[in-house]
Design a binder for this molecule. Sequence first.
Ligand SMILES: Cc1cc2nc3c(=O)[nH]c(=O)nc-3n(C[C@H](O)[C@H](O)[C@H](O)COP(=O)(O)OP(=O)(O)OC[C@H]3O[C@@H](n4cnc5c(N)ncnc54)[C@H](O)[C@@H]3O)c2cc1C
Length: 431
Amino acid sequence: MTTLILGGGITGLLAAWHLNERGESVEVWEAEPRIGGWVQTLTWPTEEGRPGRLEKGPQGILVRAESPADKLFKKLDLPLKSPGKGARWVGKKGRLIPVPAHPVGLMTSALMSWSTKFRMCLEPFQPVRPAEPEEGLSDFIARRAGRGMAEELLPPMVAGILATPPHLLSIDAIPLLRKWESHGSLFNGVRKSGISHLMVPEGGMGALSIRLAERLPLVRTGLRANRIEAQAEGRWLVHGTAHSLVVDRVILALPAFEAAKLVAPLSADSAEALAAIPYTSVKLWNSRHAILPPYHDGFGFLIDPPSGRPYLGTLVPSWIDKDCAPSDRMQLRSFIGDSTLWEDPHPEEAKDWAWTERRLKQWLPSLSAPFQIREELCPHAIPRAELGHRTRVRTAVEALPTHIDWLSNARFGPGVRDVIEGLEEWVEQRG
Ligand SMILES: Cc1cc2nc3c(=O)[nH]c(=O)nc-3n(C[C@H](O)[C@H](O)[C@H](O)COP(=O)(O)OP(=O)(O)OC[C@H]3O[C@@H](n4cnc5c(N)ncnc54)[C@H](O)[C@@H]3O)c2cc1C
């Protein structure tokens, strides 16, 4: 069986790699000149030409020993580096409050009120609810760990992962939470699943995309698929810019809104479900400064939404990935959310560098003026699993014609780790 995979992001490359490992014939088409989708490492030399880099999307990946991600990197012979344990903070009520490294430390932390802490201790004793019907993310956390937790800690954490307020999301926005609950409680789930560590492959996250592509027989770049037609004997003719191909099976490894366009002539139900999955845009300001202790030695900080929106927080890539900037520079990556989602008090203000620097200085008053800045726009970057997401995904997949499939982080979960685990299950189910 010959399979054409449309989309050379991490989902498409990884799906192709799995099929190729099983001896199947695969080809990948990627619309852009470079493979990787959001998983690309871009060069960013210093102003004097010293080497440096930044990530287009993920800054790193959470890996647990013997997990599918751990095994994948070993199979690909791609060494991982861990920055170790770094401090992280939540900006709340005008100050940066350290986040304890261990859940027990939360009991003495100023991050939450005493009543919230007390209720959190009762989490292991809450009954497990069946997976259906789909629950809202905030309601899930309130049910398990208390309303205080859902209101005091969840918003900055979710803003930092999904750039979306949690009350807009379904529990399927973070599939790991339901997996943990299936162990009896979140507490038990975390304990049984083991500790994950933040890791970065040598060469940056983009090295994962490059290594996967190197292991594939044919990856065509600059080739956008624009039409799929049914052929005799259940085969498919795929038209791309300047190239067409007849294959047995087509896998759409595309964001839902891109897949919807190709699927529309084949299945109205699937196309409608795909088009109904919204995506969140985000803007990033990358900047390089003089070293500022203690922040240069930590992961970064997230901002409690009422204290900053739509400024969501700042990571310290120079701590996460030591090769992204020279050792005398601190590299920051500040996230600006979409004003329409965040009740931005001043949506008319341009979210330019001057605006972002004012927010940064509010939390880091001693931060030096930047040596360099670089803006990165991420339009429609993160799938937004709103309530009803599970039904939309199910319909999108089940209403597809035979031998057409849709794979995406909108189906498996938002992160690279979710995609790795989701694809592993997908491959196993196919036998
Ligand atoms: C700013 C940001 C930060 C992130 N941080 C993290 C993080 O810290 N940790 C984490 O785990 N995850 C993170 N993620 C999420 C992670 O990047 C995604 O889960 C993952 O990259 C999704 O990969 P994908 O292949 O499904 O989609 P994409 O990366 O969107 O790939 C889809 C590909 O399809 C191509 N394409 C589109 N239309 C066509 C067509 N018609 N024909 C051919 N090709 C087409 C596109 O050009 C693209 O390359 C982040 C994402 C962003 C945007």
